[in-house]
Ligand binder design. Structure first.
Ligand code: DX5
Ligand code: ZN
Length: 203
């Protein structure tokens, strides 16, 4: 499958969010990536994957479904009862994703990989845009791809953090299906063109 691009709104101009979202909608982007940290911000847009970097994400499933979220993505490290949380997300009418921090091994997904639609590998430590890509992500991609094939899972692989021209092609070659990019898109002189470059992998 052709890889997908999900611009991260964290790096967008929050004082001009409407125009930023319109730019994304008109571009070659496939999804919109929305990071939720502490405090909940419920936007009024219809096509987005929501990445919850908070404890007890179960509390907000209905709110995000009502706001139009398509995919609800929780951190492995934040969910004591991950299997139950994934079930609640599906019950709530959304696709479910699970995120691994850089220190969390792929082996943790062994018994959940067939239940999720997406796995997000964090390629920076979560919390900020503009951080340096962690190169250990490549070997995790190889391990995750192997797990997905072995278990016959349909999960897409998403990578988030420090994605730019220097690593995007390699990430796709290693099996990434969805590239999240924040600073690389929104700090560039022509974000629409930068999204196209990420889509075509021509830099
Ligand atoms: C980091 C967030 C990312 C962030 C990526 O905690 O999950 O989505 O926006 O930003 P860049 O692409 O600038 O690393
Ligand atoms: Zn994110």
């Amino acid at each position: 499958m052709k890889h997908l691009i999900s611009p991260s709104l964290l790096a967008a101009d929050f004082s001009n969010l409407k125009a930023e979202i319109e730019m994304i909608n008109k571009s070659d982007a496939d999804w919109i990536h929305l990071d939720i940290m502490d405090g909940v911000f419920v936007p009024n847009i219809s096509k987005f994957d929501v990445h919850l970097m908070i404890e007890q994400p179960d509390n907000y499933i209905a709110a995000f479904k009502n706001a139009g979220a398509d995919l609800y993505n929780v951190h492995y490290e934040a969910c004591r009862h991950l299997h139950r949380t994934i079930g609640a997300i599906h019950q709530g009418g959304m696709e479910a994703g699970v995120t691994l921090n850089p220190h969390t091994p792929i082996a943790c997904l062994e018994d959940i990989i067939t239940d999720v639609e997406l796995v997000l590998l964090m390629s920076v430590n979560p919390g900020f845009g503009g951080q340096k890509f962690i190169t250990g992500t490549y070997s995790k991609l190889t391990q995750l791809k192997e797990l997905i094939l072995r278990k016959n899972s349909k999960a897409l692989i998403q990578v988030d953090g420090g994605v730019d021209a220097s690593n995007a092609k390699q990430l796709v070659d290693y099996g990434a299906d969805v590239l999240v990019a924040g600073s690389y898109i929104f700090k560039s002189p022509n974000p629409t063109q930068t999204i196209s470059k990420l889509k075509t992998l021509s830099f």
